[in-house]
Design a protein around this ligand. Structure first.
Ligand code: ZN
Length: 201
């Protein structure tokens, strides 16, 4: 990835920049919207990326170019930047396992250590949902997959950005399920988690 490189000595990137970069990586904003934000934040981007990288982002053909590859490369570069919270780096819901960890981090720390010590480091536990505990089935194209055992769900809220997360340990896989939730969803029974349905007793 010779086109995109960080400066050797970067300070923390501004939250605003991290937010729109990750919004683009996860397709929450369109390529033309991203292009406009790149123009608007040229100075801020120059404090993080090399001059050539910023030039590359400015000149990128957003309407016809390979934005899939660009998003992939941005993710590789930006996942190494520390931010005040981890929330900005993740999509709406995702299974967090060792494979993703290898995909995502060159340090390859354990997924469990990451979720329990780093992801929730700047978060506070606000409630637990015991109704989630039990067997669930994952559905794909209406086909039911085998039983998987979930521990109770824990709701956390980020001290930095106020984002709430539901975090569940799937013991069968083993994998963590992380899902962004709104504060008013907390305490409600969550029927469907990343395509899962609770097993009927
Ligand atoms: Zn946050």
């Amino acid at each position: 990835m010779k086109n995109l490189r960080l400066k050797s000595n970067i300070s923390d990137a501004g939250q605003e920049i991290l937010k729109f970069i990750w919004d683009f990586i996860y397709e929450r904003i369109s390529p033309p919207e991203f292009e406009q934000l790149v123009y608007d934040h040229e100075v801020g981007l120059l404090s993080i990326l090399t001059d050539e990288s910023v030039e590359y982002l400015i000149e990128f053909p957003y309407r016809h170019g390979d934005t899939h590859e660009l998003r992939y490369n941005l993710r590789k570069v930006f996942q190494g930047i520390s931010s005040r919270c981890e929330c900005v780096k993740y999509p709406e819901e995702f299974p967090f396992n060792q494979r993703l960890m290898f995909d995502f981090s060159e340090d390859c720390i354990e997924a469990m250590e990451y979720v329990e010590n780093i992801f929730t480091k700047n978060m506070r536990l606000i409630s637990e949902d015991k109704s989630i505990e039990g067997y669930w089935n994952w559905y794909h194209n209406e086909i039911k997959h085998e039983d998987e055992y979930f521990h109770e769900g824990k709701y956390y809220q980020c001290n930095n950005c106020e984002q709430c997360w539901l975090i569940i340990l799937n013991e069968t896989d083993p994998v963590y399920l992380l899902k962004r939730v709104f504060k008013d969803e907390i305490g409600n029974k969550v029927e469907s988690l990343c395509g899962y349905k609770k097993k009927k007793e």
